[in-house]
Write a protein of this length. Sequence first.
Length: 148
Amino acid sequence: MEIILKEDIPSLGHKDDIVIVKDGYGRNYLIPKGFAIQATGSAKKIHAENQRQRAHKEEKIKNEATELAGKLEGLTLQIGAKTSSTGKIFGSVNNIQIAEALQKESFNIDRKHISLQDDQIKNVGKYKANVKLHREVIVEIDFEVISE
């Protein structure tokens, strides 16, 4: 049985993939739960048209993300933190502080798209973070933790 997936299913496929599954699995589980629809001729035509339109929108979003990545490329942030006399931070620096620092620089990026290369930042110094702007566009940002 051929089906079109409506959402990602581990070990089967990603959203909008056309896959072949056993009849019982498709008819008794995937279709009733709303995870897939049967790939009939008309459903395949609609799926192809939706894919074509979505590709155009995705290209526009990717171009915007690439443009934003160019602006972020040479940016260096400074994040102030309360420290001891030895340079150890009380607490740690995380993606929330980086998102706030980016917002001060007029870049509105969600903290969920920012990942630190070091797990925990507990000392003053220079570090790097990755900002995922699009599935294919990831920018590396330098930031420095300074004592307040």
